[in-house]
Write a protein that binds this ligand. Sequence first.
Ligand code: AHM
Ligand code: MG
Length: 332
Amino acid sequence: MKTTEMPFIKTVERHFLERKGHNPHATTEFCWLLSGITLATKIIASQIQRAGLLEIVGETGQTNVQGEEVQKLDVIANETLVRCLGYRGNIGLLVSEEDEEPHVIQDATESGKYTVLFDPLDGSSNINANVNIGTIFSVLQRDPKVEDKNVMGHVLQPGYKQVAAGYVVYGSSTVLAYTAGYGVHMFTLDPSIGAFVLAQENVKMPTSGKIYSVNEANSRKFPVGVQKYLDWVKTDEAGYSSRYIGSLVADFHRTLIRGGVFMYPPTKKAPNGKLRLLYEANPLAFVAEQAGGVASDGHQRILDKQPQAMHERTPLIIGSKNEVEKVLSFLK
Ligand code: AHM
Ligand code: MG
């Protein structure tokens, strides 16, 4: 009997499991966790696409732990991730940018081996304008040297200890990029079959790229070195373009593909900048480094920072190796 020609499809789960034997974390158990993230982000993507129809655009009227306006979609995205990941068996702790305290699912090191940290809907102030937004995630392993019930001991680990990290950008298409330590791989959500399908493996960030991305409205409040850099990029000799979406995931995704530098520097009023170390800087720094890029807070490598608090903020300079180094040279 003649069979029809089927296109070859590689889903994110299959791609991950093919790494069994190369990557110690590429296990069926971990894949179950990963599929919780893909399920949640598919649900979030479908809610975003129909947000206007479902009347879930706009603010809830509440502020979150960060003192920011909570959007209805922030709540939906957060609850979706907590529900999809809360029943995955091997997750002990869920830590969300939107919640004051971690969700303790189970506190035994063996059964609750992984901690998942996330920014459920990054750039949510852009929702009403139909601009790209995203979900960022980071996975840590519970530290066997730390007592089971010492929740913060498991959460406050430096970024270099991440087992996996990545993001989903809800843009003109929905794209997932992740790393589990052996390169960065990118997948596109095929809405006709409801699966993230491999688009590109071993993505490399260009080592240079003439795009700088920063909220320049704050420039007078930036450190002198950053101001000098911003004067330099505008010279004819430098020849840069500026792009700033105001959604970290989207600005980072463009930087990963096209090269350049994104930064959120400190200001006098906000000496640690705006972005969160555990849910934003660490996961994107892991992805950036795995793609050949660099991430710094201006003084040290992001992944070496020892977090002191769950919702800690950090300045962030991230992107192509040569571009980040150029910014750092102005800060010396
Ligand atoms: P959020 O996680 O509450 O959405 O806030 C973080 C966002 C980032 O996506 C983006 O890079 C930054 O805030 C933009 O801030 P600003 O409006 O100050 O430029
Ligand atoms: Mg965010």
